[in-house]
Design a protein around this ligand. Structure first.
Ligand SMILES: *Cc1c(COP(=O)(O)O)cnc(C)c1O
Length: 375
């Protein structure tokens, strides 16, 4: 068996057919008809009125945060343990990320720690659902109401997931998605902002496209970026979205299979399979090394690679990012649960194209690695 990559997407639906339609019709730019179709289908899927497709999930966050009017000096509460895109969307505007530690069971932001971080400069809370289980949204929505805060929901890892039966991507003022190849729906690179607010949607459309003036083209009142999304990407996305239910079911089956086979292995903490508000969709199959294991996640990654198995370490915490330390952010701040996840968390191959034979090989090799590091 060859090297097992950490992710391989499944592209055997209508992807090729729709791409050929793009080529045959000559529509390959952001002006092509698949873009609107994809925006419409995606926003409908998550129960939002408007969808604005952008070049990636990071761009979606930037557009969303900027559209809400977050500016210099404003504070935005977010998890310490997340991808840097979340913090970057805030610091690019001169605003300040305010961090919250992680819940060690779900790996999401500890909701009970949020209120203490609210100040009179707090403008928004950025909810980030991580690795397959949603954040406890209700409690955050209550806080937002009480303190009059805006809510941005980063649902990049949550295609097809629900919280108490409501789709992730439908909460708060504005939500964002990514379509990177390891997400449940991929377009190679891609992202989307979804919202129910017409004015916010209009603002996002403008921000995605250099803030062109409506009536006088090439005259600009504001600086923004070119975050446009192409017809080619949308063609792939539409084909992917047609299979969302099947993909989520497949991911859940894969997650259950791994959990069954890895249960009882000394030194490994497995992902929580469900909470009282959601069942895990295993964005990726993440694992955390118990404190007594004589290795960190980087070492496990290396050992697995030597055995032909791809893996990735978890995100690195925002307060430990050299770039933010150098900018004077988060000095002397510690978030113990988040730090532990960053050092001891990793994920194993879990892409949609993974076969049962490959999973069995991953399980075999991981067991072997764990015997070596638990003594
Ligand atoms: C993947 C991801 C992003 C960024 O998406 P890109 O398309 O890679 O820019 C943002 N937030 C979360 C939680 C993600 O997992």
């Amino acid at each position: 068996m060859g090297f097992i990559p950490v992710n391989e997407p499944l592209l055997n639906g209508n992807e090729k057919k729709y791409l050929c339609e793009c080529i045959d019709s000559g529509w390959i730019s952001s002006e092509g008809p698949f873009v609107q179709k994809f925006e419409q289908k995606m926003s409908e899927t998550v129960g939002r009125k408007y969808g604005i497709a952008v070049s990636n999930g990071t761009a979606a966050l930037e557009v969303a945060v900027q559209a809400l009017g977050i500016q210099k000096g404003d504070e935005v509460i977010m998890p310490a343990f997340t991808i840097i895109s979340c913090a970057m969307a805030v610091t690019k505007l001169g605003a300040v990320p305010v961090l919250v530690d992680s819940d060690s069971a779900t790996w999401n932001m500890k909701v009970e720690d949020i209120e203490a971080r609210i100040t009179d400069r707090t403008k928004a809370i950025l909810i980030v659902h991580l690795y397959g289980l949603p954040v406890e949204v209700d409690k955050i929505l209550e806080l937002a109401k009480k303190y009059k805060l805006r809510i941005i929901e980063d649902a990049a890892e949550m295609h097809g997931q629900t919280y108490k039966g409501e789709p992730c991507g439908s909460f708060g003022d504005i939500s964002t998605f990514s379509f990177y190849p390891n997400k449940h729906v991929t377009t190679g690179e891609g992202g989307m902002v979804v919202t129910d607010d017409e004015e916010l949607a209009e603002r996002c459309r403008s921000l995605r496209n250099l803030c062109f003036k409506r009536d006088i083209r090439y005259v600009h009142d504001e600086i923004s970026d070119n975050y446009r999304f192409t017809n080619l990407q949308a063609a792939v996305g539409l084909a992917q979205l047609e299979r969302l239910d099947e993909f989520v079911e497949r991911k859940r089956l894969m997650g259950k299979y791994y959990t069954n086979e890895l249960q009882g292995i000394d030194g490994l903490r497995l992902p929580v399979s469900k909470t009282d508000y959601a069942e895990n969709i295993y964005w990726v199959y993440g694992l955390v090394l118990e404190p007594y294991v004589q290795a960190d996640n980087r070492m496990i990654q290396k050992m697995l690679a030597e055995k032909g198995v791809g893996s990735r370490t978890f995100f690195w915490c925002m307060h430990e990012q050299p770039v933010y330390r150098n900018m004077g952010f988060f000095l002397n701040e510690t978030y113990p649960n988040a730090e532990l996840l960053a050092r001891r968390g990793f994920y194993i191959p879990s892409g949609l194209a993974l076969t049962k034979e490959q999973m069995d090989e991953v399980i075999l090799q991981l067991k072997d690695v764990m015997i070596q590091v638990v003594m």
